[in-house]
Design a protein around this ligand. Structure first.
Ligand SMILES: Nc1nc2c(c(=O)[nH]1)N=C([C@H](O)[C@H](O)COP(=O)(O)OP(=O)(O)OP(=O)(O)O)CN2
Ligand SMILES: [Zn+2]
Length: 140
């Protein structure tokens, strides 16, 4: 592939709605309520994510990566969580609390091997309008 040596960020937004609760298996109901407050009860969020790729603009295609290829990769991961109870329906969250942090890690881990040439740069995830995380994992 020819490169014109100009690097650029490419972003794709996606959404999903999931139920979850934050509670530790090692704590009693009362202890969980004390630690996590209202979040220890089952509730839901409309999550928003932005997946960012970073790389050189290919001189022939004019693209870093074809968004038409990126879309189904993101949808595949998002569909494992959309309209699901994260804690019960997604294996990863049986052993990892379904915090925004861990959801971003889950998305990264499920995308990084599909996106070629180490292009995956970051996952930004909003749990609410006011609460968000940005994860930059390792890209082997
Ligand atoms: N570090 C984190 N802290 C918290 C997380 C998280 O994922 N990472 N998650 C929660 C709960 O999931 C909770 O549902 C957050 O919702 P809520 O408190 O309603 O959200 P807001 O802060 O946007 O609501 P306010 O109206 O601003 O209080 C808790 N902590
Ligand atoms: Zn929540």
């Amino acid at each position: 592939m020819k490169s014109n040596e100009r690097k650029i960020y490419l972003q794709r937004e996606s959404h999903f709605s999931s139920a979850h609760k934050l509670s530790s298996k090692n704590l009693t109901l009362e202890e969980n309520q004390k630690f996590w407050g209202k979040c220890s009860s089952l509730h839901g969020h409309n999550y928003k994510i932005i997946v960012t790729l970073y790389g050189e603009i290919d001189a022939e295609t004019g693209m870093v990566f074809n968004i038409n290829l990126l879309k189904p990769m993101i949808e595949k991961v998002v569909n494992t969580m959309d309209h699901k109870n994260l804690d019960e329906d997604v294996e990863f969250f049986r052993n990892n609390l379904s915090t925004a942090e861990n959801i971003a890690v889950y998305i990264w881990d499920n995308l990084v091997n599909d996106i070629p040439n180490k292009l995956l740069y970051s996952i930004k995830l909003w749990e609410t309008d006011r609460n968000s995380v940005i994860y930059k994992g390792s890209n082997p």
